[in-house]
Design a protein around this ligand. Sequence first.
Ligand code: PRP
Length: 187
Amino acid sequence: MAATPPNELVSVGEVLISAEELQKKVSELGAQVSRDYAGKDLVMVGVLRGAVVFIADLLRNLTVPCEIDFMAVSSYGSSRDSSGVVRILKDLDDSIEGRDVLIVEDIVDSGLTLNYLIRNLQARDPASLEVCTLLTKPERRRVDVPIRYTGFEIPNEFVVGYGLDFGQRYRNLDHVALLPEDAVPGR
Ligand code: PRP
């Protein structure tokens, strides 16, 4: 008899957003973006690494032409308490001048990363610049950022899965789970 494959994922905490709920929401967001960007020159900018799963699914729910590009940024200081000082680790490959840019994030927490990205990308003269995030934690916000499309507002809990990590793990979960408090140092 074949042994059951090891599955570290069963040991993660309670499911906050199921795979089905995620897929339903991503399909709704895809329909909305498709309506809003009909006849435009859409470039979706995924913010590495967390947004890869979301942007890949969102892309497949679009019915309008679109390109994707990626940026990687890192905030100085600990990842759970960003300082607001952001460093570009990987820049866009192509110019966004005159194009309709949609930043795609997995989560907006303090808003500091997004605040930096918006200012940085706006300076490159896109025709338009909007934000789509799968998750937002309004309680954690330190700076107000304009978000056009939001998947889910979530409480101030540490979450993993569907692109979100803890120590680079758990991104491969097909759902969003709460990480048990005893797994998060300093809580
Ligand atoms: C997360 C997320 C955002 C940022 C949000 O990235 O993808 O980019 O934090 O936090 P803020 O609103 O407080 O600035 P993270 O630094 O965890 O990197 P990752 O995407 O590679 O996991």
